[in-house]
Unconditional design. Structure first.
Length: 267
């Protein structure tokens, strides 16, 4: 597992955005078909989305040949609800770039048959020949997507009950905590690990404990982010604040190991 520690949240976000753009451009040049990109919501990836939009506006990347799969969606929120992840993605990213609507895949939180919706989502991913790069964030309790603590590390897309910690963390986006849905549809840990490349972006002091467990802790289902330890091409990109609880020796090890790879990709 690679760990890249950047001075600031912005530098970490810019690095991730340019890495994604470089991967998309490389796929286009090789003519390997659409680039399949897994995406998260929340405040963490906003800097990445802003940079990707800027790169698109400069003509340095196109999303016309990109297929996207989002990680999750609240159960019970229609797509046009201001706090749905459908709404979030179109407002903060998709409508600003040239992605084709038919290439956007987001779980339907209003589906009448939840099991069927989740099964078909896995089938769509398989039909797209899998995900080339899955970008994710991490919760303060170490969850990835909505795979809360003690989720199976072999899990697939399904409905999950959200913990109080997640509900409280997400309530800042709602008028009142009572409005936060208690369940969500989410890709599984196994779904994420099937991607060719997985990048977890972590920024801020509130992610420091989770990052410590992800990097220095054991592989276990209490901290689902620790599953990244077993991925053949897994990477954590963080800022100095999120690295605050790493041992000095661990911090120095990764800073030295990655010192020649910290510059954003040339486009």
């Amino acid at each position: 597992m690679r760990v890249l520690i950047h001075p600031t949240e912005r530098e970490a976000s810019v690095w991730v955005a340019r890495h994604i753009a470089a991967r998309i451009n490389s796929c286009l040049k090789q003519g390997d078909g659409p680039f399949v990109l897994g995406l998260p919501t929340g405040t963490t990836p906003l800097g990445v989305y802003r940079e990707l939009i800027r790169l698109y506006e400069q003509g340095k990347v196109s999303f016309a040949n990109v297929v996207t799969f989002n990680m999750d969606e609240y159960v019970g929120l229609p797509a046009d609800h201001p706090q749905s992840y459908h709404y979030f993605m179109w407002e903060n990213f998709f409508r600003h770039v040239d992605v084709r609507p038919e290439n956007v895949n987001i779980l339907n939180g209003m589906a009448k048959d939840i099991a069927l919706e989740c099964g078909e989502y896995e089938e769509k991913i398989a039909e797209a020949d899998g995900i080339d790069l899955f970008l994710g964030g991490v919760g303060s309790d170490g969850h990835i997507a909505f795979n809360e603590p003690f989720s199976s590390l072999a899990s697939r897309t399904r409905m999950k009950t959200l913990t109080d910690e997640t509900i409280v963390a997400n309530s800042r986006l709602f008028n009142d905590i009572s409005e936060v849905p208690r369940t969500a549809l989410t890709v599984g840990v196994g779904t994420i690990l099937d991607a060719d490349e997985v990048i977890i972006l972590a920024t801020g002091f509130n992610k420091a404990r989770a990052l410590h467990h992800a990097i220095e802790g054991s592989y276990n289902h209490q901290w689902t982010v620790s599953a990244l330890q077993t991925h053949r091409n897994g990477m954590i990109v963080c800022d100095e604040d999120a690295a605050n609880e790493l041992q000095v020796s661990t911090y120095r090890y990764f800073k030295n190991l990655e010192k020649d790879h910290m510059a954003p990709a040339e486009l």
